[in-house]
Design a protein around this ligand. Structure first.
Ligand SMILES: [Zn+2]
Length: 158
């Protein structure tokens, strides 16, 4: 067993910043859980960066890692949101409405046809957007009541 430490500028790691693990992969898994739990407790959102390093070594030589915490989905007027991407509202190209490249990643927008909520997904690496399924590698944000649901229906008709 070896002692590892976590450094994270955004979190108070009182007493949990050092732990024993059998190797680096085990330490990274443990650290991700510790950081995720603490970040949720602290109500952090978006990207949280942290470093994991063997305690006897310099933190600068450690593994730089990040997690992404998404806000809870706002409630819908209907039972569940129905996400659609009408080209007229979300833009983009007709094969892939609402999807744009941004730096090394992509932005994908869609909108709920029931309540008009706009959902924005930002990935940090191209390729993590899997069609209508959003991977959890990026950040999600919501703007409630962004569109009038009637306008969404109209836009869907073309
Ligand atoms: Zn909705």
């Amino acid at each position: 067993m070896r002692e590892f430490s976590i450094y994270c500028a955004d979190l108070e790691l009182s007493g949990e910043e050092s732990f024993l693990a059998k190797d680096l992969p085990a330490a990274l898994a443990k650290a991700e859980k510790v950081v995720t739990d603490l970040a949720k407790d602290a109500d952090l959102l978006g990207r949280v960066d942290y470093t994991v390093y063997p305690s006897e070594e310099d933190p600068c030589d450690g593994e730089g890692l990040e997690i992404h915490l998404n806000p809870p989905e706002p409630t819908c007027r209907e039972e569940e949101h129905e996400w659609v991407a009408p080209l007229k509202l979300v833009g983009g190209c007709s094969q892939n409405p609402g999807v744009y490249g941004e730096g090394p990643g992509i932005v994908a927008k869609d909108v709920c046809r029931h309540c008009g909520c706009l959902r924005i997904y930002r990935s940090h690496y191209r390729g993590s957007y899997q069609g209508p399924v959003l991977s959890d590698e990026g950040d999600l944000s919501y703007r409630e009541d962004h569109y009038d649901p009637e306008d969404v229906e109209r836009a869907l008709l073309g």
